[in-house]
Write a protein that binds this ligand. Structure first.
Ligand code: UDP
Length: 345
């Protein structure tokens, strides 16, 4: 059945809302903030700067340095700014670290998230867009992955995100808190202002481009014996602007009901080798590679079906061509050779 909510979405786009963005100094949050402001909303960024960059926060957004676990500070921000909706992106997101340090992930992603929900409940804020992940599915039973597939996370990162999603369901039924949980596939690319600058960096595209720029010697390919077209893992890369725009569309459904959407570009995805070859084409640089063993917990293929959000909200990715994604990330890197902070990679 085709369900459409054109009226609701038109309302969300036309009405300027006051929105709190937790984690708005991070890679995804900074671009979501930028798109919110471009769409005419007012954004307040709440971030403890443990990983984010103050410089990444859009100049038109208000900024509050604070921690999710500080309920009093959260309540103050929600009330003082008369916040109408929250976009919750503040989380730890390193899969490997979550395996060795699960306590950190449960504490921030789950306990911190619950602290936010309680503050929202106490202040009567009933709309939430949540930054979730395809890591909730674990090793998928089939691809493309749609929202009906079972959740079976293989690491504490995915578990902590899923546990929070499950709490959302009960906060909805008990307190009427409406949520849209967006399960991201591989966010990549940059805008003119904001790009990817993690420390430590673990993601493929920034590592490949830092190698092209001469800041790293080589890229390791984690396994070439997977059952895929060239033996390396297949992932679904989605441009950060397409991802950010989905958050704004998702606002439109929150007065109707709660929901979960996958967010990727679908198709055949791209192998690790295809990413490296495309980066060579885009940059015109040598990119030295070295074969390395498989990285524990990496599924062979993760590709989204995003049919649900396309059908229900009319979302369509505009920048799904990998060359466009990598070109934007390269342009940002060339323009910001030392990142947001004054330091060498
Ligand atoms: N990868 C790789 N070398 C690297 C980093 C990543 O071969 O230095 C591979 C990784 O095994 C996965 C893909 O690139 O198959 C994407 O990894 P990334 O960490 O960017 O995102 P993930 O899919 O794990 O969220």
């Amino acid at each position: 059945m085709v369900i459409r909510f054109p009226g609701v979405n038109a309302w969300a786009r036309e009405k300027s809302m006051r929105i709190l963005v937790t984690g708005g100094a991070g890679y995804i949050g900074s671009v979501v903030t930028e798109e919110l402001i471009n769409a005419g909303h007012q954004a307040v960024v709440y971030d403890n700067l443990s990983y984010g960059h103050r410089e990444a926060v859009h100049p038109s957004a208000a900024f509050v340095k604070g921690d999710l676990l500080d309920g009093e500070a959260l309540r103050g921000v929600l009330r003082e700014n008369e916040i109408e909706a929250v976009m919750h992106m503040a989380a730890f997101a390193l899969v490997g670290e979550s395996v060795t340090h699960p306590a950190k992930y449960y504490q921030n992603n789950l306990v911190g998230g619950l602290s936010l929900l309680n503050a929202m409940r106490e202040c009567g804020v009933k709309r939430l867009v949540f930054s979730s992940t395809c890591a909730t599915y674990g090793e998928p039973a089939k691809v493309p992955i749609d929202e009906s597939l079972p959740n079976n996370p293989t690491n504490p990162y995915g578990e902590s995100k899923l546990a929070f999603e499950r709490a959302l369901k009960w906060f909805d039924s008990a307190y009427g808190l409406r949520y849209a949980s967006l399960r991201y596939f591989n966010a990549a690319g940059a805008t003119e202002r904001c790009g990817e600058m993690h420390d430590p960096e673990t993601h493929l595209i920034p590592l490949v481009l830092q190698t092209a720029a001469g800041a790293r010697e080589e890229v390791q390919i984690f396994g070439d014996d997977y059952p895929t077209r060239d033996g390396t893992c297949v992932r679904d890369y989605i441009h950060i602007v397409d991802l950010a725009r989905a958050h704004i569309l998702a606002l439109g459904i929150l007065d109707e009901r709660s929901t979960i959407y996958n967010l990727g570009c679908g198709g055949d995805g791209y192998t690790v080798r295809e990413v490296i070859d495309t980066a060579r084409e885009v940059t015109g640089r040598e990119i030295k590679v070295r074969m390395a063993p498989r990285r524990p917990g990496d599924p062979a293929v993760l590709v989204a079906s995003s049919e649900k959000i396309k059908r229900e909200l009319g979302w369509e990715p505009q920048f799904q061509d990998l060359r466009v994604i990598i070109q934007s990330a390269w342009d940002w890197l060339v323009a910001h050779p030392i990142g947001f902070q004054v330091k060498k990679w």
